[in-house]
Write a protein that binds this ligand. Structure first.
Ligand SMILES: Nc1ncnc2c1ncn2[C@@H]1O[C@H](COP(=O)(O)OP(=O)(O)OP(=O)(O)O)[C@@H](O)[C@H]1O
Ligand SMILES: [Mg+2]
Length: 331
C-alpha cells in the first residue's frame, strides 16, 4: 500500500481533512478522545512522506514529558511502518524542553553560558528565601513560596522585573516587585535560570533578536501544538513568533478541557485563534472513540451549561453502554 493510503486508512473524514491541510493556519477543534493526537502524529508522517518535508523542519509541541514521549513513540512507529529511515527525526518536545534547547544554543544572547543550570521549584524558593533574608524581610510572614508564585505568574504573562509593579498591585505583589529584579540578577550571576525562564527568556530572545528568530522560523516552517487550550501568554507568543513567517501552524485542542487555568493558561488563546491568524481553516472532530453514548450525553449536558464554548456535537459508534451512576462527593 502507498504511504498515503496507509496514513489515510487510519483516519475518519474530518481527521483526513486536518492531515491533508498542510499549508496555512489550521485549528482542529475537538472533543475528548476524538483523535486529536492521532491527527498530529499522522500529519507529521504525511508531511514527510507525501509533501517531502524534511523531518528536521517539523516541530511538535506538547505540555507534558509523558505526552511528548508518547507522541515521539507514535511518530517513530508510524515512520517505521512507512519505511522512512530515522536518521532525521522531527523535534517533538514540551514547551520547556524546546525552550531549553533554544536557550542552550543561544545562551550568550540572554547573558548565560551554554552550560547554565535549571533551578527547580525548590532551588528557586531557596534563592528567594536568601534574598528575603538579605532584605530583612521576615520569612515567617512572607513565605518564599508566595513570592515564587508571583514571579512565575509574571513570567507566564511575559511581565519583566522592571515592569512588574505596573501590572500587579497588593501587599505581596509590592514585595515581589522588589524581590523579582534581585532574584533575576542572582540567577544570572549563578549562570542559572528557572522553569518559567525556559519559556519567558526564549520568547524574549525571539522577540528581541531578529536573526535568531529568522533562523528558527526557517528551521521549523511546520509547527504543531497539542492541547492548545492549555497555552499561557508566553507559550502563545512563542507559537505566534515562530509561525509568523510561514504561517504553517496547526493547533489542536478542546475548549472544554482547559485544565491549567491555575498556572496562567488562557482558554481565549484557542477561542481567538481564528482572529489572531489570517485565513484559518477550522476542522472539528466530533466522533469520540473512547466512550459510550451515555457517558458522552452526560458530559455534553454538563459542558453545555458553559455559554462561552464553541459548539461541538460529540457522537460515538459505540452503543449507549452502561447507565452512568451519580456519586456525590464531599468538596
Ligand atoms: N479514526 C480512528 N479510528 C479508530 N480509532 C481512532 C481513530 N482516531 C482515534 N482513535 C482512537 O481513539 C483514541 C483517542 O485518540 P487520541 O489519543 O488521538 O485522541 P485525543 O483527542 O488526543 O484524546 P485526549 O482528549 O485524551 O487528548 C485512541 O485510542 C485512538 O487510537
Ligand atoms: Mg490527546
Amino acid at each position: 500500500m502507498a504511504s498515503q493510503d496507509i496514513i489515510l486508512a487510519k483516519l475518519n473524514q474530518q481527521q483526513k481533512i486536518a492531515v491533508e491541510s498542510t499549508e496555512g493556519p489550521l485549528l482542529v477543534f475537538a472533543g475528548a478522545g476524538s483523535g486529536k493526537t492521532r491527527v498530529i502524529t499522522n500529519r507529521i508522517a504525511y508531511l514527510i512522506t507525501e509533501k517531502g518535508i524534511s523531518p528536521k523542519n517539523i516541530l511538535a509541541v506538547t505540555f507534558t514529558k509523558k505526552a511528548a514521549g508518547e507522541m515521539q513513540e507514535r511518530v517513530l512507529s508510524l515512520l517505521k511502518e512507512l519505511n522512512v529511515g530515522n536518521e532525521n527525526t522531527p523535534l517533538i518536545g514540551t514547551f520547556h524542553s524546546i525552550g531549553a534547547l533554544f536557550l542552550r544554543n543561544n545562551a550568550k544572547y540572554v547573558g548565560l553560558s551554554p552550560n547554565f543550570s535549571i533551578f527547580d521549584t525548590n532551588d528557586s524558593e531557596n534563592l528567594i528565601k536568601d534574598i528575603l533574608v538579605e532584605q530583612n524581610i521576615d520569612i515567617k510572614q512572607i513565605k518564599p513560596k508566595a513570592i515564587s508564585y508571583f514571579i512565575s505568574a509574571a513570567k507566564n504573562e511575559m511581565v519583566s522585573p522592571d515592569t512588574f509593579s505596573h501590572h500587579y498591585g497588593g501587599f505581596l505583589e509590592d514585595i515581589t516587585a522588589e524581590i523579582y529584579p534581585l532574584y533575576q540578577k542572582q540567577l544570572l550571576s549563578q549562570n542559572a535560570l528557572d522553569f518559567g525562564d525556559l519559556i519567558y527568556l526564549t520568547v524574549k530572545l525571539l522577540s528581541e533578536n531578529e536573526r535568531v528568530l529568522g533562523k528558527y522560523q526557517d528551521m521549523y516552517p511546520y509547527m504543531m501544538i497539542d492541547e492548545y487550550q492549555d497555552t499561557n501568554t508566553a507559550q502563545y507568543m512563542f507559537a505566534k513568533l515562530l509561525s509568523q513567517k510561514y504561517q504553517n501552524i496547526c493547533v489542536v485542542g478542546d475548549d472544554d478541557q482547559g485544565i491549567y487555568g491555575w498556572r496562567g493558561a488562557d482558554i481565549k488563546n484557542i477561542q481567538n485563534f481564528e482572529k489572531d491568524f489570517e485565513n484559518v481553516k477550522v476542522v472539528k472532530l466530533e466522533q469520540n472513540y473512547r466512550s459510550t453514548g451515555n457517558v458522552i450525553s452526560a458530559a455534553t449536558a454538563v459542558i453545555q451549561q458553559n455559554t462561552l464554548r464553541v459548539e461541538k456535537a460529540l457522537w460515538t459508534e459505540k452503543g449507549s453502554g452502561n447507565c452512568i451512576s451519580v456519586y456525590q462527593a464531599n468538596d
